[in-house]
Write a protein that binds this ligand. Structure first.
Ligand SMILES: NC(=O)c1ccc[n+]([C@@H]2O[C@H](COP(=O)([O-])OP(=O)(O)OC[C@H]3O[C@@H](n4cnc5c(N)ncnc54)[C@H](O)[C@@H]3O)[C@@H](O)[C@H]2O)c1
Length: 504
């Protein structure tokens, strides 16, 4: 089944933020569009707002004046639901409440034809539950756009339990014809993006709650080392703490309080205090006029070591050896079966974050994972209270000699980037194994939906099959609640990779 014909009318019900954006997308693609909202005058206001946005597209030369005029002529507010009778697709973007959405679709079913595609833009409710009350539930899908819908390309096309594949395909092809990048996914809590992204926020908050580092430092490490566009604290201030927390709660509840999705107590207190982020003037950060943005922790300059001894294969951090040599520091390589580390002249060791705490080892400084050690402008270090100050200074001086800023954080197992990336990779493998979406669609969704620098499965392959599994295994030893227990899918992936690499 192909995309809807452009001549067929599309209705958008609920003309707030999302409804307006979705209507604009369908309109610019070429459809006649009807707008309906329960609040008096809201659909007319939405039509005016969309008209004004079309004017801006003309000013930016992304639309001709003739195209704008034609689009305006195709846009019509509706005073009654009955005016949507000839629509071939209705996209619902009303209040996020199951009873409200169910009631609306039941009413719509009495109005539109039996093969009209019905779609919900819900971000957290079960598509199956919303469509469950319908007489013809096979034509019901989730079409999850991201905000702002005209700008963000991703659309999750969600098939509920009863969704007929022909209608899911029609929705998918229509989204594509509208210039979007659709991904197909099953109806599970959080769909793809809101499910796989949870650890990005949760691990940052956990590091903060365990006094590992302050928000500014965690954000700086996620950006400058992890390669994420924004840190978790600044991003949730932008999204709204209440909105972000409610998604976390919804996913956690829908997974029957699965410990892997446990919400953050620190974020709860923030919401309780009314610090909702930019929109309320304060969140993790103070956004009020004149407020100073706190600086991340950055270590004072230290002397670089004259040489390092590289023992074993540094795995995801191998690039460091070339960088160290380029910085004029001698690297002596020694084959070592038992561990991978850089030994410093004072006898201390530098080890890539592996999910263990450094208190168990004598004189170890951990360094965090970077997306790309050459491009990273900051690297985090952590160490135990009894680590020699000489080792800390040599480790700091080494990374500074490579042109990196250094943030020394508390002794948090898995540090910041390593634990975050390991958990995202785990949830991505788990989602694929549970049939939520294909590997490619999970990667596409995370790159386009939340701007990750790499899709998690691509990241997993780049880091080596067993890396995330071994980090999580170690974290699970430190916190046996189950939050970090690697999924069966990740174990399978690690074993399969080991076999391919001949290491098992
Ligand atoms: N805002 C986002 O970032 C975002 C992103 C993706 C999905 N969503 C989802 O999209 C939906 C809408 O979110 P929003 O942010 O646009 O909300 P909004 O509050 O901006 O708009 C909702 C609109 O729906 C109208 N409405 C409420 N009940 C109605 C009914 N029974 N019939 C017709 N109109 C009704 C309201 O008058 C309002 O104009 C929600 O399901 C939300 O979860 C939101």
């Amino acid at each position: 089944m192909t995309a809807l014909d452009l001549s067929s009318p599309v209705a958008v019900v609920g003309t707030g933020t999302m409804g307006q954006g979705i209507a604009q997308v369908a309109l610019v693609a070429g459809h006649p569009v009807r707008l309906y909202d329960a609040a008096d005058g809201r659909a007319r206001e939405a039509a005016d707002a969309i008209g004004a946005r079309l004017d801006r597209l003309v000013e930016k030369e992304r639309l001709t004046a003739a195209e704008r005029d034609a689009a305006r002529a195709r846009l019509r507010p509706a005073a009654e639901l009955g005016e949507l009778a000839d629509c071939t697709l209705v996209v619902e973007a009303v209040l996020e409440r199951l009873d409200v959405k169910q009631e609306l679709f039941r009413a719509l079913e009495d109005i539109v034809s039996d093969d009209c595609l019905l779609a919900t833009n819900t971000s957290s409710l079960s598509v199956t539950a919303i469509g469950g009350a319908l007489r013809v539930p096979g034509r019901f899908v989730g079409l999850h756009f991201f905000n702002p819908a005209p700008l963000l390309p991703l659309v999750e096309v969600v098939s509920g339990f009863a969704t007929d594949v022909t209608y899911a395909t029609r929705a998918y092809e229509t989204a594509r014809a509208w210039g979007k990048t659709p991904v197909a996914c099953a109806d599970t809590p959080g769909f793809i993006v809101n499910r796989v992204a949870r650890p990005f926020y949760a691990e940052a908050f956990a590091v903060y709650e365990s006094q590992g580092a302050d928000p500014a430092t965690i954000d700086a490490v996620l950006r400058e080392s992890g390669g994420f566009r924004m840190g978790a604290f600044e991003l949730t201030d932008l999204i709204g703490q209440d909105v972000n927390e409610s998604v976390t709660h919804s996913v956690w509840r829908s997974f029957f309080q699965d410990v892997r999705f446990t919400p953050s107590l620190a974020q709860r207190r923030l919401v309780e205090s009314g610090r909702l982020g930019r929109k309320s003037g304060q969140g993790w950060y103070d956004h009020r006029d004149g407020a100073e943005r706190p600086e991340p922790h950055t270590a004072e300059p230290a002397e670089p070591p004259a040489y390092v001894v590289a023992e074993g294969d540094l795995g995801p951090a191998s690039e460091l050896l070339a960088l160290i040599r380029e910085a004029g520091i001698q690297v002596r390589e020694e084959d070592e079966d038992n561990g991978t580390r850089l030994v410093l002249p004072g006898g201390g060791q530098l080890v890539l974050a592996d999910g263990q705490t450094s208190v168990e080892f004598r004189d170890v400084v951990y360094f965090d994972l970077a997306l790309d050690y050459r491009a990273a402008t900051r690297v985090a270090l952590s160490h135990a209270p009894n680590t020699s100050p000489v080792t800390v200074a040599e480790a700091t001086g080494l990374f500074q000699a490579l042109g990196k800023k250094v943030s020394v954080i508390g002794d948090v197992p898995g540090m910041i980037v390593a634990r975050t990336v390991a958990r995202i990779i785990d949830l991505a493998h788990d989602a694929v194994a549970k049939g939520v979406a294909t590997e490619d669609d999970v990667d596409t969704a995370m790159r386009l939906g939340v701007n990750y620098p790499l899709g998690p499965l691509e990241w997993s392959r780049r880091l080596g099959g067993g890396w995330a599994c071994s980090v999580l295994d170690n974290l699970h030893q430190c916190d046996p609640s189950g939050r970090y227990a690697p999924s069966l899918a990740l174990y399978r992936h690690a074993y399969a990779s080991d076999e391919r690499e001949g290491t098992s």
